[in-house]
Design a protein around this ligand. Structure first.
Ligand SMILES: O=C(O)c1ccccc1NCC(=O)[C@H](O)[C@H](O)COP(=O)(O)O
Length: 213
């Protein structure tokens, strides 16, 4: 059984990037053009990216950004993966010619049943993976979980489980869904955009223990 990949999202500080790498994260998520305390400028994000060793990816996350805004981040930050977390259509996700994660906000209108969720998933069959997150007014970073059983029927693409995860519930999430990856933001923070090295380490240790279980 391959180990569960781990993305630590919403980083804004050098020390938090270093803590995520030291704890064994596979990817860091950097937020752009969202109403969030975690949002960065492309130039600030490039400085954070410069600290990464090989084999730790940058996921650039957007909420309804313009094509020009996405292109600037692609040019300046050079992320390995894009993540579209707003209302972007398949064509808007595909137009940049880059691999992308499609965030699917479970509980949003039409995405509150397994059938509705699967229908939405299949519209984004070009995605490198589907990131299932909790629906919220702010689009993401809510710190809230959703009913994980809704995702069972949608494992056609690599599943990234997200939304309200933390060190105390991630083992149950891994055991329930065996996702390709897990993603966390609020659950490893001491304040919005300010991560806790101790919470990051405990989260990653809990995933590793679940993988071994
Ligand atoms: O992180 C944000 O502030 C954010 C704002 C707007 C859209 C998406 C956002 N984050 C996307 C992520 O991938 C988060 O890691 C995901 O929503 C889970 O967040 P959390 O429930 O806080 O772990």
């Amino acid at each position: 059984m391959p180990r569960t990949r781990i993305k630590i999202c919403g980083l804004t500080r050098e020390e938090d990037v270093d803590a995520a790498v030291a704890a064994g994260a596979d990817a860091i998520g950097l937020v752009f053009y969202a109403r969030s305390a975690r949002a960065l400028t492309p130039e600030r994000a490039a400085a954070l990216r410069a600290r990464l060793p090989p084999f730790v990816d940058v996921v650039a996350l957007f909420v309804n950004a313009t094509p020009e805004e996405v292109s600037k981040v692609v040019d300046v930050v050079q992320p390995e993966l894009l993540q579209f977390h707003g209302d972007e259509t398949p064509a808007e996700c595909e137009r940049h010619g880059r691999r992308y994660l499609r965030a699917l906000r479970v509980g949003a209108p039409g995405m509150d049943t397994p059938e509705g969720l699967l229908k939405s998933c299949l519209e984004y069959s070009s995605a490198a993976g589907w990131l299932f997150d909790s629906h919220s007014d702010g689009y993401g970073g809510s710190g809230r979980t959703f009913d994980w059983s809704l995702v069972q029927s949608a494992n056609a693409r690599p599943v990234v489980l997200s939304g309200g995860l933390h060190a105390e519930n991630v083992a149950a999430a891994v055991a329930t869904l065996r996702p390709f990856a897990v993603d966390v933001s609020s659950g490893v923070e001491q304040a919005p955009g300010i991560k806790s090295a101790e919470k990051i380490a405990r989260f990653i240790a809990a995933v590793r223990q679940a993988d071994a279980g």
